[in-house]
Design a protein around this ligand. Structure first.
Ligand SMILES: Cc1cc2nc3c(=O)[nH]c(=O)nc-3n(C[C@H](O)[C@H](O)[C@H](O)COP(=O)(O)OP(=O)(O)OC[C@H]3O[C@@H](n4cnc5c(N)ncnc54)[C@H](O)[C@@H]3O)c2cc1C
Length: 394
């Protein structure tokens, strides 16, 4: 197996790099930094104008029809360019998840109603999975959809989503309370402007907004049932694959490592450049090893998907490895910077005391996120223990 890029793939990567250099402007970056925000609508619209919102959509529906590897290259370049999480989260929810779901399990009418809006950047989708009482055990969802013929009437709560930026939510709901839990679930496309939808903001420790969405007798037309009634669990499992490679995490660490390297190269301690200290060199070598191994695991997932293999086990390996590598990086960077790591780098003037500006704060506050979001590390370990090694459930 060889992960070298073809000429066409290299050209695609170069185009993407040029796009982000040109379109992710200094003004957008400044606004994100000033507002300590994780979103830029202007950048999302630039992505739509360039057609990238059609990345995975077949040409017959107006998309670019790129495969797994090209999509991975897109994700990688976005992270190397520093695209914030709100944009990547909405982009994934709309393009990697909603558009793919509409194509694989949606009706012709749904594709006609929703795909053009996704392509044009008018419709943005968030994932309505997690609830106050369930996340890891998603099949235990309690949000209930009462079947009233032409409509479902939905009540419940969804948390941790990006509904404040989205126009629609694909919600995992219970549609049959009598059936075994995996067999009474359906997927509904909910217009977030509907009566009965209210949003309450919550914030991550980094300051990213997420939401508690309360659904109170929300009327959802039956034509918004996505996939099969009561078989939503199985349909959901068939559309989640684009989320699994995790290529964004090593790419994000690669961008951070570049800044850390610049710092250790240009800073002296005890009359010697930091990079001349053996312990610093060894720390940098470990971080670089984590980058290479993490990227290889992610690319292995992409390659397995591209060649039609089941990548579940490798998806779990990469997720545990990459999310724990993020924590190792945060700890190592704090160690090497020393007391300055504890200073909040709020302005240029603070740079003297916080030499890496906000980078360390971001690394530290973000480093546990991927050990939770998208399936916790414990759940990944359960998958390895049970599905790969055949060990019994507890
Ligand atoms: C930044 C961020 C963004 C997110 N975005 C979204 C989004 O857009 N949409 C959405 O729906 N959700 C989103 N989530 C939610 C995320 O998917 C859940 O937090 C995650 O799946 C864990 O679910 P939970 O929070 O309910 O934790 P729980 O499932 O309650 O788990 C709590 C703890 O118990 C452990 N645990 C649970 N079950 C087991 C088990 N069987 N064996 C061993 N340990 C176990 C877990 O590993 C964890 O440590 C996001 C989360 C974060 C942090």
């Amino acid at each position: 197996m060889d992960y070298k890029l073809t000429d066409t793939q290299r050209a695609w990567r170069d185009d993407l790099r040029a796009f982000f250099a040109r379109e992710f402007t200094a003004d957008m970056r400044e606004q994100i930094e000033r507002e300590n925000s994780d979103y830029s609508e202007a950048l999302y619209q630039a992505l739509a104008r360039a057609g990238y919102t059609g990345l995975s959509i077949p040409k017959e529906f107006g998309g670019l029809e790129h495969g797994y590897l090209d999509i991975a290259l897109f994700d990688e370049e976005a992270m190397l360019a520093g695209v914030p999480h709100g944009v990547t989260s909405l982009f994934s929810g709309s393009v990697h998840f909603a558009a793919i779901s509409l194509i694989r399990i949606g009706t012709a009418d749904q594709r006609r109603r929703f795909l053009p809006g996704i392509l044009e950047g008018r419709f943005k989708f968030t994932q309505g999975f997690t609830e106050p009482g369930c996340g890891s055990d998603l099949a235990a969802v309690q949000t209930f959809a009462r079947d009233e013929g032409d409509e479902f009437v939905v009540s419940g709560q969804k948390i941790f989503n990006t509904a404040h930026l989205a126009t629609h939510m694909i919600a995992v709901v219970r549609s049959d309370r009598e059936a075994p839990k995996h067999k009474g679930i359906s997927l509904l496309i909910i217009d977030l402007g509907s009566d009965g939808v209210t949003l309450h903001p919550t914030y991550t420790m980094r300051g990213w907004r997420r939401n508690i969405v309360t659904l109170d007798e929300v009327r959802v037309p039956r034509i918004n049932l996505l996939g099969r009634l009561h078989r939503g669990w199985y349909d959901l499992m068939s559309v989640m694959d684009l989320e699994r490679s995790g290529v964004r995490q090593p790419a994000e660490r690669r961008a951070a490592l570049k800044e850390i390297l610049d710092y250790v190269r240009s800073t002296e301690r005890d009359g010697r450049p930091l990079i001349a200290h053996p312990e610093v060199r060894s720390m940098i070598a470990d971080l670089y090893r984590d980058l290479v191994v993490g990227a290889l695991l992610s690319y292995r997932v992409v390659w397995m998907q591209e060649t039609g293999q089941d990548a579940t086990s490798y998806a779990s390996y990469q997720k545990i490895f990459n999310s724990e590598a993020a924590e190792r990086m945060a700890n190592a960077a704090m160690e090497v910077v020393g007391p300055g790591a504890l200073v909040l780098g709020r302005s240029q003037a603070d740079r003297r005391w916080a030499p890496l500006g906000r980078l360390l704060t971001k690394l530290y506050q973000d480093c546990r996120i991927w050990q939770i979001a998208g399936g916790t590390s414990e759940i990944q370990r359960n998958i390895i223990a049970q599905r790969v090694l055949g060990l019994p459930r507890e």
